[in-house]
Design a protein around this ligand. Structure first.
Ligand code: AMP
Length: 356
């Protein structure tokens, strides 16, 4: 089904990912209706249609669904049952079933395994006793993560082999959880692929991601890896998107090991922070690909027009905006998020490195 320009795209979530989706949609003549739980949210600031309601407010969701032509999401911690009710009224991309997999680390890992995709070794954990067994089964350091609602390192603990399972379990605050073997990775990479309603895919080059305090600080595009490994990473992302029968965007985070293996860490069925560089360095950004995919339009070419380095502006780093504006070639993006709080994502800056 093709939705012509002028149609209304519903976006669940009011953050900067929604904001940049609205801006991309507007460029193609679409309207957006943002459903957000906070007034004056980053996304709502850039459209004249917004509903402020809790994400599980059935009446608000129904009215929202009836006022739009298609729905997409910009964050994952949503109630799948509530989204399924929206999907009964209007097409939702990605499908609630895809969201259900991606918001649960155990379901995600099981699906990856079924697709033949390598991950870090892991064990499901539901109690302190199971954690003790899992630690015995996974030699060396391990990482304990809540299965649901963890992001940016929240709900995560690095465990030494001799750590006390009871104390670690208590600190996690209950399960379900997953224990992963610690991967001594060479680099963290991510690949973003867009998949259209006809199954066509457009995949960006892998980028290298550098984190500070578990939060993405910098993405380098392209990742400085051999072409064969880059091709392997892109094929892997496409294989997963196809395997999930996803329509929209899929970000695949992976670890590159010293022996050239790629272990998938996490999936996100939405625009991703590591794809912000595509706004300035590609003819078609990740946000425009999302609009094209959910509206049934042909995808754009994901070709890179320049190499790029994207730096997040976290907390008071955003106060450098005057000097960033003065810097030749720096492309500044601010999200309109106030007040400034430590660690909060307030914007990003992309620096292009034109090729030869
Ligand atoms: P996640 O919430 O799964 O994306 O993890 C956040 C960050 O923690 C990752 O980007 C890695 O830097 C680190 N991390 C997560 N899992 C592992 C692992 N199994 N081994 C090593 N580092 C990890």
């Amino acid at each position: 089904m093709t939705l012509a320009p002028g149609s209304v795209i519903g976006i669940v979530g009011g953050g900067q990912l929604g904001r940049m989706t609205v801006l991309a949609a507007a460029r193609l003549g679409y309207r957006c209706h943002v459903l957000t739980d906070a007034a004056d949210s980053s996304a709502a600031q850039v459209t004249n249609r917004a509903t402020v309601a809790a994400y599980d407010d059935a009446a608000a969701l129904e009215a929202f669904a009836k006022s739009v032509d298609v729905v997409t999401i910009e964050f994952e911690n949503l109630d799948v049952a509530a989204l399924a009710k929206v999907a009964a009224l209007v097409p939702v991309h990605p499908a609630p079933a895809v969201l259900a997999i991606c918001q649960d680390r155990l379901a995600e890992k099981a699906r990856l395994q079924a697709l033949g995709v390598a991950t870090a070794p892991y064990r499901p954990v539901g109690s302190a006793a199971e954690l003790a067994d899992a630690m015995a089964a996974l030699p060396g350091r391990t990482v304990l993560k809540t299965a649901r609602f963890g992001y940016d390192g929240k709900g995560q603990q690095l465990l030494a082999p001799d750590a006390d399972p009871a104390a670690a379990w208590q600190a996690l605050g209950g399960g379900p959880a997953v224990l992963e073997g610690f991967v001594p990775f060479l680099r963290e990479l991510s690949v973003i692929t867009a998949r259209g309603q006809d199954g066509a895919m457009a995949t960006y080059v892998p980028v290298e991601n550098q984190h500070r305090n578990h939060v993405l600080a910098r993405s380098i595009a392209p990742a400085p890896i051999p072409p064969a490994l880059a091709a392997k990473a892109m094929t892997l992302a496409e294989q997963i998107a196809r395997g999930l029968d996803l329509i929209g965007l899929l970000a695949v985070e992976m670890f590159e090991t010293a022996d050239g293996q790629l272990l998938v860490n996490e999936l996100a069925p939405r625009p991703h922070n590591s794809g912000h560089w595509t706004i300035d360095a590609c003819a078609v950004s990740q946000f425009e690909q999302l609009v094209r995919a959910v509206c049934g339009l042909p995808l754009g070419r994901p070709d890179r027009l320049a190499d790029a380095v994207m730096d997040n502006l976290l907390g008071d780093e955003v106060e450098a905006w005057p000097s960033l504006l003065a810097e030749p070639g720096a492309r500044l993006h601010l999200y309109g998020k106030f007040p400034i709080r430590p660690g909060r994502k307030h914007g990003h800056v992309t620096r292009l490195q034109p090729q030869g």
